[in-house]
Design a protein around this ligand. Structure first.
Ligand code: NCD
Length: 337
């Protein structure tokens, strides 16, 4: 696949060469994400952003990424503030919005909806999450984070041992990440979930067929021992029939400092796509881990900007021109930490 002009809808469209190229471009975006330099390579370009489900980091980091490349963002959130509330189809919305934009990012609660939208769009569309199906940019930023955390420990992605914990049935981030990990060798994935929230069987099969060693368990202590990464997830309560159904599972697997120290190997990296549910009774990733240097969750969310800048630069075919349009920034870029 060439990137220029292409949609980014799911992980199946990427092979390892694509991943390497995305990461190589993402690495080059650091001076811009750190506000050491600015670039106007996308000056005049417009990103149309439509988020029909709650979002903080995906929406803002996609928008920031486009802005950091010099482009503008036009966005709408929620069905009620769009013409979809008046009965407009995804087809018509896509035809219209793609007339106003150079690229579109969309999140929608229905599986397959972003692909349906993309078929009617005249510009590249990026899937910002379609129901419980996929969240490809999150998987790419997760893998980018895994690569960088393991590099600090003198390791590469091949040979990775990772535990995915929590709601593996509805969690689209773990679906996309699982698929992405099949591009690497000697990967062992330990899937830790209540039996009702197991990873979809087809995805487990796909991983096994592609050589991933998959172990499934409902015991946290079994699943998170002997891994390099613990990837915790939130119970996706919005995808359950009722709050009471979701409450059956909230708080089932809690990682806090004492459990981490007792069960995990030293220096196991702790990840989570965020948001973590910090309400009493949930707390799948306890705030008492905040000062643990192995907690990578905010490095992970920061990396989202790098990876999303890379995706825009590639699909709009400016990846090798970014530095030609760059200057130092004018403002103070001091950060407190
Ligand atoms: C995730 C999502 O929306 O799928 N959030 C995100 O984009 N970082 C995970 C979640 O909501 O639990």
């Amino acid at each position: 696949m060439k990137f220029a002009g292409h949609h980014i809808l799911g992980i199946s469209q990427f092979d390892r060469g694509h991943v390497d190229r995305i990461f190589e471009v993402a690495d080059r975006m650091r001076p811009y994400a750190r506000r050491e330099r600015k670039t106007s390579v996308l000056e005049g370009a417009i990103l149309g952003s439509m988020f029909f489900e709650p979002s903080t980091r995906t929406r803002i980091s996609f928008g920031s990424a486009f802005n950091l490349l010099g482009g503008h963002v036009r966005e709408t959130t929620g069905f009620e503030s769009t013409a979809i509330a008046k009965g407009e189809s995804l087809y018509d919305t896509a035809r219209v919005l793609s007339g106003y934009s150079d690229a579109i990012v969309m999140r929608h609660p229905t599986e397959g909806s972003v692909s349906e939208f993309a078929t009617a769009s005249r510009v590249p569309v990026i899937n910002g999450g379609d129901g419980a199906n996929e969240h490809p940019s999150q998987a790419l930023l997760d893998l980018f984070t895994i690569r960088s955390e393991l590099a600090d420990r003198g390791r590469g992605i091949d040979g990775l041992r990772i535990a995915m914990v929590g709601d593996l049935r509805f969690g689209r981030t773990v679906h996309s990440l699982s698929r992405l990990l099949t591009r690497f060798s000697n990967v062992r994935v330990s899937l830790v979930s209540p039996s009702e929230l197991r990873m979809p069987e087809a995805l487990v099969e796909e991983m096994r067929e592609r050589g991933v060693d998959v172990v499934e368990t409902d015991q946290l202590e079994v699943g998170i021992a002997n891994v390099d990464i613990v990837y915790s997830t939130r119970i996706q309560e919005e995808r359950f029939a009722s709050q009471a159904d979701a409450d059956l599972y909230r708080g089932r697997f809690r990682l806090n400092q004492s459990i981490y120290t007792a069960l995990c190997e030293p220096n196991t990296v702790i990840m989570h796509p965020l948001p973590r549910d910090s309400r009493v009774g949930a707390q799948e990733l306890d705030e008492d881990l905040n000062d643990d240097p192995n907690l990578a969750i905010f490095r992970q969310s920061d990396n989202g900007v790098l990876v999303r800048m890379a995706l825009f630069a590639l699909i709009l075919d400016v990846a090798d021109q970014v530095d030609d349009y760059s200057k130092p920034v004018n403002w103070s870029t001091e950060r407190r930490f």
